[in-house]
Write a protein that binds this ligand. Structure first.
Ligand code: GTP
Length: 359
């Protein structure tokens, strides 16, 4: 079975981590995030995946090559100019092997899922659908596309990012994972940007196509923001997000080979310590991601944060809800709190930043 994975986005919400590394290639629990998704596709019976790339395509090919190490056959198609989600799907059509009525799995490359893809394909085939969308249920659907369905599972509308309570007619959201009949992909307009969410799906509904929604209550998270990225990594390490791609046993923390963690350091809440990273005595890391070669000196506290490759924090510094780009150096005795992002290579002197809320 064919699958298309959309990995061409610039990942602007995850900057500065995505300045050098495309979002799907950021390390999550010790492997590029995309590895978890590719293994999930493989486990569901997909044997041929086309990566639809645009931003920094060379990073994907250099790591995954022909896909043999994962037991998949990987193809790459790169857009000259970004074509959006629908355009990115259409642009790879020449590489598909499926016949006109056969199913093709299509998924965003930035979702961490425990969704049952075999079940999704079975629902699609059983319903004779043109497209079947996987739907998740969320508490607050305002940041998502809502997809209400009728009692037979047919989609009745596509409502992008509703704001008022009157617009929130369902808690079912588009999970960014679909099955298309191959012939539907052939009919997406070529050579121009197309949004599958805003143009293709509403157009299919209007034209009377059979568009099904399948609600799956398995684990699902869109890793688009720093908060979501930290949460996804935490859930992988704690075993809440299923994956067959974890590089080793996990628990409260995942410590990769060549890392050094001093006695008396505390690693908690699904923390990852990257290869060659160093954690000093008395440091406390909670729900945090250290990329390779990062350094946390003694007594520092790092919560719900990401430290890029080779980034360092000095003794006694506190980070909470922070993103440090690659190579950032934060001196001793600093306090950087929620939402702060530091661009690659920046240097912050000892005691230069303190948080002092208005009273
Ligand atoms: P933000 O810039 O932070 O919104 O992230 P993003 O660029 O990844 O956009 P978004 O999260 O909306 O994209 C959803 C999925 O579609 C992701 O897997 C992207 O990699 C992918 N994607 C977005 N735009 C394009 C595009 O123009 N071409 C291709 N091939 N994929 C895209």
């Amino acid at each position: 079975m064919d699958a298309i994975v959309l990995v061409g986005g610039q990942g602007t919400r995850l900057r500065p981590l995505t300045v050098t590394t495309p979002k799907p290639m950021l390390p999550a629990a010790g492997v590029p995030f995309l590895t978890h998704l590719l293994c999930r596709l493989c486990d569901a019976g997909v044997d041929h995946v086309v990566l639809s790339t645009s931003y920094r395509p060379e990073v994907f090919t250099a790591h995954f090559g022909d896909g043999a190490a994962l037991g998949l056959e990987l193809d790459y198609v790169t857009e000259e100019v970004p074509l959006g989600t629908g355009g990115g799907i259409r642009n790879v059509v020449d590489r598909l092997r499926a016949g006109p009525d056969e199913p093709v799995v299509v998924t965003n490359g930035d979702v961490l899922t425990g969704l049952d893809l075999r079940e999704l394909v079975a629902v699609h085939r059983g319903g004779g659908a043109d497209v079947t969308l996987c739907l998740s249920r969320v508490q607050d659907p305002r940041a998502f596309g809502l997809v209400p369905t009728d009692s037979t599972g047919r989609v009745t509308a596509f409502l992008e990012k509703p704001q008022t309570s009157a617009e929130i007619v369902t808690d079912q959201i588009n999970a960014g994972c679909y099955v298309f009949a191959r012939s539907v992909i052939d009919r997406i307009p070529a050579g121009r940007p197309v949004s599958v969410e805003r143009e293709t799906f509403p157009g299919l509904l209007q034209g009377g196509a059979t568009v099904l929604g399948h609600v799956d209550d398995g684990y699902w998270l869109d890793l688009g923001t720093p908060t979501a990225f930290v949460t996804g990594c935490r859930d992988l390490v704690l075993g809440r997000a299923p994956s067959s791609a974890l590089p080793g046993p996990t628990g409260e923390a995942l410590v990769l080979s060549g890392a050094s963690v001093a006695a008396g350091a505390v690693l908690a809440g699904g923390t990852t310590v990257g290869a060659g990273a160093v954690v000093g005595s008395g440091a406390r890391l909670d729900g945090t991601v250290l990329f390779d070669e990062a350094v946390v000196e003694g007594g520092a506290v790092v919560r719900r944060s990401v430290m890029g490759r080779g980034a360092s924090v000095g003794a006694g510094t506190v980070l909470s809800g922070v993103v440090l780009g690659d190579g950032v150096s934060v001196g001793a005795g600093n306090e950087l709190l929620d939402g702060v992002r530091v661009w690659p290579g920046a240097q912050i002197a000892d005691g230069a930043v303190r948080f002092s809320p208005d009273r």
